[in-house]
Design a protein around this ligand. Structure first.
Ligand code: NAP
Length: 507
């Protein structure tokens, strides 16, 4: 049966804002004024922290100093919890909408500055950083819209023989306090995906961003204060893990820990958090499965976009390209040609397609897993060379199924190709890792597509799309080692950052 897929065939595209809103200042090449490093502070409920302890943030590309952050310790961690619990002005729905919408407008106004900052501190290519600001814009827009909706339900009680003339009504109430812990790979979008739903729910939140990319996160916090968020609603803390992150995770005054990051840290949090809600968005090892009936052009495009966008540092990046044996040779040839378009270099250069990975140790790890695969019989067809944190997009074929880069998560621009015999084999191979985040299947056969939707053990199956495809308010999250099956995405996250109270009245 021919599968007519009209809507799902587009590769990831940046979100375009309206022409009027998208008017941007000339490119700001450097993060601080006149190219100087930025000196930012952690904030306890709107108050800048002043301590002797400072974190330096250097460019992964050329090691220049991008900025510093004044760090918190155990005292400030405790103060942030107390300030949030003490509370202050409660925002009504319109006021929460207004704060998020003003933040969205600030982001539009200062889009180029924020994109430059993302690129400078993370090494992501400037075009990726601009794309990320578009995603964050959408998150703020959807979260603001949700403030204006009420998802309350009414249950009539006279609906069974033992019923009564009453009605039960649901209300959504904020939590006392939540903690958001975020990774480096999308310095802005990972943060806004937790903070915006918390604010939409009316829940105060303490943010602990990655120490590798703290500057963008702190700038976002400043935008939110500027947009009128009551200071007690948000603190941002960085500092020694044992004094900040681990204290917050263990603190029994906190209702929720929302964590995105690695499996190891996520499982550690799960074992130490105690009696509180925990949301875990962990690693991925997503396959792109290409069947022999697929459109070859589409398969090649999706494989390249999925493997190399964001320097391959997306939890939902294509980490394994599984191709049916009958088309493997043709696909591989075409894919190598396509991959040559993904040139890597200076992240600040608009012509650069792929920037660095997060730091040199990460690039060395990727280089080593590649060497190990080669020692097991794999062949590098393109790329593979490294300079500092810059690793060329790398295409590798004949990779054994038990190679480290196939079994574990390799967070970078590696594109290993594996052959499979038939659909049973593809499903078994796909499900064979500990991860279960997302997947992409390229096929023109509806029956095959539906089989994959039913049988892949993952949180998402995208037909004729990359695994990473989503809109910012659709449910998102994985199973197995990728997460506990509790979804994020703006609407689901708002549910996590709140709880439902019911009341009943005679009727
Ligand atoms: P990470 O090393 O786990 O760090 C994530 C955050 O956890 C950072 O803020 C880190 O702080 C903090 N942290 C470290 N040790 C901690 C502890 N003992 N207790 C509490 N917090 C602690 O992850 P990463 O290297 O930044 O990010 C890459 C990983 O994130 C990949 O595995 C990727 O797949 C995953 N990820 C998953 C999703 C998803 O939605 N499923 C999305 C994006 C990324 P410091 O920076 O101060 O160490």
């Amino acid at each position: 049966m021919t599968f007519l897929i009209l809507l799902l065939t587009e590769p990831i595209k940046p979100v375009t804002m309206s022409t009027q809103e998208n008017t941007i200042a000339p490119a700001a090449i450097e993060p601080g004024q006149n190219g100087k490093p930025l000196h930012l502070h952690c904030y306890v409920a709107g108050r800048k922290i002043n301590t002797e302890n400072k974190l330096s943030v250097n460019s992964p590309y050329d090691r220049r100093l991008i900025g510093t952050v004044t760090l918190a310790g155990i005292k400030e961690t405790n103060e942030a919890v107390e300030a949030a619990l003490k509370g202050g002005k409660t925002l009504n729905r319109y006021e929460r909408y207004s704060v998020l919408d003003k933040t969205r407008q600030l982001l539009i106004k200062r889009k180029e500055e924020i994109a430059s900052l993302i690129s400078a501190e993370s090494g992501l290519a400037i075009r990726e950083a601009r794309y990320e600001t578009g995603r964050a814009h959408d998150v703020l827009m959807f979260a603001a819209m949700e403030c204006l909706k009420d998802d309350g339900q009414v249950f009539s009680c006279d609906i069974s023989p033992s019923g009564k003339s009453r009605k039960i009504i649901t209300l959504r109430e904020p939590l006392k306090l939540a903690v958001a812990i975020t990774p480096f790979n999308h310095p802005l979008n990972q943060v806004v995906h937790k903070i915006a739903p918390a604010i939409a729910s009316g829940t105060p939140v303490i943010l602990k961003p990655s120490e590798k990319t703290p500057l963008t996160a702190i700038r976002l916090v400043e935008f939110l204060y500027e947009a009128g968020l009551p200071p007690y609603m948000l603190s941002v803390l960085l500092g020694p893990t044992s004094e900040v992150a681990e204290q917050l995770v263990k603190d029994n005054r906190i209702d929720l820990v929302s964590f995105t990051g690695s499996v190891a840290v996520g499982k550690h949090i799960a074992s130490t958090a105690g009696y509180k809600k925990v949301i875990l968005e962990l690693g991925g090892n997503d396959p792109l499965i290409i069947l022999e009936d697929a459109s070859m052009d589409l398969a090649v495009t999706l494989a390249a976009e999925g493997s190399f966008r964001n320097s391959g540092q997306r939890c939902t990046a294509v980490k394994r390209i599984l191709v049916q044996e009958s088309i493997r040779e043709v696909f591989t040839k075409r894919f190598v040609e396509k991959a040559k378009e993904y040139t890597c270099g200076d992240p600040a250069d608009p012509a650069t397609v792929v920037g660095t990975v997060i730091d040199e140790p990460a690039a060395i790890y990727l280089e080593e897993v590649t060497k190990k695969a080669v020692a097991q019989g794999a062949t590098i067809l393109l790329g593979g060379r490294r300079k500092g944190a810059l690793l060329e997009p790398t295409v590798i074929t004949d990779v054994p199924r038990n190679a480290q880069m196939i079994v574990e998560e390799s967070f970078g621009p590696l594109a290993p190709i594996l052959g499979f015999k038939d659909i049973d084999d593809a499903i078994a191979l796909s499900n064979a890792t500990a991860f279960g985040l997302s997947s992409g299947v390229v096929t023109n056969n509806m029956e095959h597509a539906i089989r994959f939707v039913k049988e892949l053990k993952v949180g998402t199956v995208n037909i004729n799309e990359v695994p990473g495809y989503r809109v910012e308010n659709s449910p998102f999250g994985g199973i197995k080692d990728s997460g506990l099956g509790i979804k994020e995405g703006v609407i689901e996250a708002i549910k996590c950052f709140s709880f439902i109270k019911t009341f009943s009245i005679p009727w």
